[in-house]
Design a protein around this ligand. Structure first.
Ligand code: HEM
Length: 403
């Protein structure tokens, strides 16, 4: 998009070229229209400081019933997205978050590391024999699916269905959603919800002795100030957690390997110095954030440096734009796996800051770190294919060879 037309940019009219490479447009917006108003009255923020201010303000609301009502009508997608904690405000948000938080403490996550390491090593052994494969299907999506399924106690037989469900449900959050994608989203919530309702009923009937599924147990049996979750709240928050837990982490693994393949000097550096894996993962989170756009509704006027957003403004926070803001990141377009500090907003911030950030980092570091050191001859093996979503950035296919 040229500088003269950038003022006309509208998230409601984006095309595949923007989805595949939004960064030049976001840069032009940040330079010319950092607080960019669109035809429906909503604004897109591309500066790091502005996005951070939105996330830090308790008056910026996550409840999107009005917006989702217009977009989804009454139906499964509306029920799902308006019941999950991420699209709610206190006090309901606080109740669900507290019920979940016990399973994400540093001690609990440290206990899971041997499980994660075991899955990664087993997968690498299998890949060694294959030689050439689609990195997404054969590797990136396997670990996060196994881990979140373990935490929720989802039986093996259902696990292979998760990615299809989550792409259908999360895909419906894109700014532009064709009717067939909406229909697929509604169907996915219904099917997935029925499976979870069965599992929950089984768990209620047999509460004792399950080796897996601590998160589900906390949600079913836990209470906060005497408040239990209703059946609908349980099912919809489980769906959200399963989606949030594996979709973005699959993209983290895929995007990081794709980033390294596109920057062979950085790949070789990581292979020479495996200790750089932590900063390499942070750099991937910055330049290829798996979640690119957030939203809030201004519950009161918000004072940005050079303007005031009135109460009632619908706000899009461009995480992808903020993460390349030269006011915060030196040489923001350069991929540097040694970058430190790296104050990216890939996990947002404030009261909705990603609850799974530590887990995602552990999974990303182990999966990518072990993969690139086990396969020193790693190379691209044909054209990669992005998922084609504006909000969630990741690959549908990433063919690689390791010989
Ligand atoms: C690289 C991987 C991940 C990324 C980039 C990511 C990103 C995010 C972002 C940006 C938010 C804030 C959304 C908003 O308020 O606008 C969020 C919320 C959340 N994420 Fe993640 N996430 C990742 C992995 C995970 C994992 C592995 C889990 C769980 C196992 C998880 C669970 C959650 C939950 C429960 C919330 C809602 C928190 C709340 O509303 O209080 N995420 N995530």
């Amino acid at each position: 998009m040229t500088a003269t037309t950038i003022g006309d940019f509208d998230l409601a009219r984006i095309d595949r070229a923007f989805i595949d490479n939004p960064f030049p447009t976001l840069r032009a917006l940040r330079e010319k229209h950092p607080v960019h108003r669109m035809a429906d009255g909503s604004v897109l923020l591309t500066r790091h400081a502005d996005c951070q201010k939105v996330y830090q303000s308790r008056a910026m609301l996550s409840d999107k019933r009005a917006e989702f009502g217009r977009k989804f009508g009454a139906g499964p997608l509306f029920t799902h997205h308006s019941t999950s904690l991420v699209f709610n405000d206190p006090p309901y948000h606080t109740v669900v978050r507290k019920l979940l938080a016990g399973a994400f403490t540093p001690r609990k996550l440290a206990e899971m590391e041997p499980l994660i390491e075991g899955i990664v090593e087993r997968m690498l052994d299998e890949l060694e024999d294959m030689g050439r494969f689609d990195l997404i299907a054969a590797f990136a999506m396997v670990l996060p699916t196994e881990i979140i399924s373990f935490m929720l106690g989802i039986p093996e037989s259902y696990r292979r269905k998760l990615r299809g469900y989550s792409l259908a449900i999360l895909g419906a959050l894109d700014p532009v959603v064709p009717p067939e994608r909406l229909a697929a989203g509604h169907a996915a919530v219904t099917e997935f919800g029925a499976i979870l309702a069965d599992l929950i009923a089984h768990r209620r009937a047999h509460p004792e002795g399950a080796a897996q599924g601590e998160v589900l147990e906390n949600l079913i049996f836990g209470e906060v100030d005497g408040r239990h979750l209703t059946e609908e709240e349980l099912v919809q928050n489980c769906i959200f957690l399963l989606n949030a837990g594996h979709e973005t982490t699959t993209s983290l693994v895929g995007n990081t390997i794709a980033m390294l393949l596109a920057h062979p000097d950085q790949l070789r550096l990581l292979q020479r110095e495996p200790g750089l894996i932590a900063t390499a993962v942070e750099e991937s989170l910055r330049v290829e954030s798996p979640l690119q756009i957030g939203n809030r509704l201004a519950g009161e006027a918000l004072d940005l440096d050079d303007c005031v957003l009135p109460e009632g403004t619908y706000i899009h926070t461009s995480i992808a734009g903020a993460n390349r803001d030269p006011a915060v990141f030196e040489a923001p377009e350069t991929v540097d796996i040694t970058r430190r500090p790296n104050r990216h907003l890939a996990f947002a911030s404030g009261i909705h800051v990603c609850l799974g950030a530590t887990l995602a980092r552990i999974e990303g570091k182990l999966a990518v770190g072990r993969f690139v050191s086990r396969f020193p001859r790693l190379a691209a093996d044909g054209p990669a294919e992005l998922m084609g979503l504006a909000r969630f950035r990741g690959y549908a296919r990433l063919p690689v060879s390791i010989r």
